[in-house]
Ligand binder design. Structure first.
Ligand code: SAM
Length: 281
């Protein structure tokens, strides 16, 4: 039995390359809704044809989203069901759809996500970088000054940072990343995911820049960049510091014990000196 209901907006993820990466539920939904709102109807025609889906399409892209959302809201209010798709992956993720979803929800109409491919999650899952906490930054500004400013604001972020980037700007973007994050942070370049020339490479930033600069093939196709977050400084605990001071104070004067402790643990000389004095008393 079909789970599709009238007056529902379905947000349907489509493949990011390999046409097989789509769920049966997504195919059923696309077959059963009254209309499919697609970012580019010609582009999505290939996918629909592949799965013999004959549902009528209507375009919804960044230039007509506002006005098209009103039209689609009326259709939903008349009891029709609609599926939203984008050119690739999950709609709304660096793709149109936000205005439509917020408008439809404001009118208390059901919105149902049909999950599937998403380039940032696909890349993260195979990058080898920490995946417990990450931030998605979308596309960086194309102008160098603005790009460097955006990167500088992320310099101390300890989460894995994920960027979508155009292959034309990849080299310039990596150059700015080296300038802001330094040579050694790990970075993963995930290219052409799920496609014939899929390449997923994780290296220190300066090495990756060098590799990409010397191999023009790495500057082709779609790509995601993932940058390791800054390593959090592990503060030495008070117990740890006092323990070391107590051992050293048995053999050394206060100043010397404090200096050695400060050089071995994460504590300033002054703070170690004050703590050593207290212990001595
Ligand atoms: N909605 C899509 C998603 O769920 O990932 C993203 C759409 S955004 C307009 C397109 C960008 O996603 C590309 O420029 C690239 O950075 C990334 N991307 C999409 N498909 C990709 C693929 N197969 N391999 C690598 N990156 C991809």
């Amino acid at each position: 039995m079909s789970e599709n209901q009238v007056a529902t907006l379905y947000i349907v993820a489509t493949p990011i390359g390999n046409l097989s990466d789509i769920s049966q539920r997504a195919i059923d939904t696309l077959q059963e809704v009254d209309v499919i709102a697609a970012e580019d109807t010609r582009h999505s025609g290939t996918l629909l044809q592949h799965y013999s889906i004959a549902t009528p399409m209507i375009s919804l892209h960044e230039h007509n989203e506002q006005q098209r959302s009103e039209t689609l809201l009326i259709k939903l209010q008349q009891g029709e069901s609609i599926a939203l798709i984008s050119d690739a992956g999950t709609p709304l993720i660096s793709d149109p759809g936000y205005r439509l979803v917020s408008l439809v929800r404001e009118h208390d109409i059901r919105v149902v996500p049909i999950p599937g491919s998403c380039a940032l999650i696909t890349a993260l899952s195979a990058s080898g970088l920490p995946s417990d906490s990450f931030s998605f930054e979308g596309f960086l500004p194309s102008k160098q000054g603005a790009r460097q400013q955006t990167l500088a604001a992320l310099e101390n972020d300890s989460r894995t940072m994920i960027f979508y980037e155009s292959p034309r700007r990849l080299q310039a973007c990596l150059t700015d990343m080296v300038a802001v994050f330094g040579d050694d942070r790990l970075v993963c370049l995930a290219r052409e995911l799920t496609k014939l020339h899929e390449t997923i490479t994780t290296k220190p930033l300066a090495e990756l820049l060098d590799w990409v600069s010397n191999d023009s093939n790495q500057q082709r196709g779609e790509c995601v960049l993932l940058v390791e977050g800054v390593k959090e400084q592990k503060e030495s605990s008070e117990i740890e510091i006092n323990h070391m001071l107590a051992i050293l104070l048995k053999e050394l004067p206060v100043k010397k014990a404090a200096a050695i402790t400060a050089s071995l643990l994460d504590v300033s000389k002054n703070a170690a000196y004050d703590m050593a004095l207290k212990l001595k008393q």
